[in-house]
Design a protein around this ligand. Structure first.
Ligand code: ATP
Ligand code: MG
Length: 245
């Protein structure tokens, strides 16, 4: 038990969720290291949502609301930290959710599928009985995608994605949105919209934004997306890291 008075209470709680997910068997060991890298960036930005991240979230939600087949890609980390919030966001923006693992094993996919079902979301894509296709005809797990999900999606939200996989998705011509605490990662650099924030803060915030933007005129959303410059926004995000240091 972590006492609430502990100065690193929130952070330790998240670490505990990651450790438990690993014990349950749906997280790869390297996923714990990825979490640590995220923690370090979050520490530096003061574990708060900075302005460029908020701006990117508005643009990402606008892009998701404008798309025909939006998909939220989930891995073990995202699930361990924010399963209910992800399901809520998917409902708010009318997106599908797809299991997308860097280290894909039948056992992990089975455990994750059950977890989403237990949390009231049985329609998860990327499960063992789903139709799987290969992006850009690359015949390996890095490029696998559900036929009705990521394979045919126009916009994909990829929280905490690995750089190799993000590259394959980008090359397939899709609109890529990421939530990644590391603004220097390949994923952040190659995405169309990069949100430098912790997914535990970003996902619920995006659901709130969706309620607001849903009532807006389509032209307003298009303008928001068109006016956004991801490189500029990443530079502003990095300024917050410098300030934190
Ligand atoms: P890339 O492979 O894209 O160059 P990377 O090696 O930094 O980047 P990975 O380790 O492959 O990335 O993926 C994990 C990424 O997720 C890290 O950049 C890390 O900062 C980020 N991350 C970890 N935990 C969180 C979290 N809770 N919220 C948002 N981002 C996170
Ligand atoms: Mg990487």
């Amino acid at each position: 038990m972590i006492p609430k008075s502990h100065p690193r209470y929130e952070s330790l709680l998240l670490r505990d969720k990651i450790a438990k997910a690993f014990e349950k068997g749906y997280l790869a060991d390297t996923a714990m290291i990825a979490h640590g890298r995220g923690e370090a960036f979050d520490y530096i930005i003061g574990e708060q949502t900075v302005y460029p991240a908020k701006r990117a979230m508005y643009v990402a939600v606008a892009a998701l609301l404008l798309s025909n087949n939006p998909v939220i890609s989930v891995n073990g980390n995202a699930t361990a930290l924010a399963i209910d919030e992800i399901i809520e966001l998917a409902k708010a923006i009318n997106a599908k959710i797809e299991i997308n693992l860097f280290y894909r094993t039948d056992e992990r996919v089975r455990l994750l599928t059950k977890l989403y079902k237990d949390h009231g979301y049985p329609e998860i894509l990327g499960s063992l009985d789903d139709d799987i296709e290969y992006l850009n005809d690359i015949p390996n797990n890095r490029a696998s995608a559900s036929k009705t999900g990521i394979y045919t999606a126009d916009t994909i939200l990829i929280p905490l994605e690995d750089g190799d996989r993000a590259e394959i998705l980008k090359k397939s011509g899709k609109n890529i949105l990421t939530i990644d605490l590391n603004p220097l990662s390949r994923t952040s650099k190659m995405s169309d919209v990069s949100i430098m924030d912790n997914i535990v803060r970003a996902i619920p915030f995006m659901t709130k934004i969706a309620q607001d933007l849903k009532t807006q005129n389509r032209d307003v959303l298009v303008e928001m997306v068109n006016e956004f410059d991801n490189n500029e926004n990443l530079k502003e995000s990095i300024e917050h890291i410098k300030r934190g240091l």
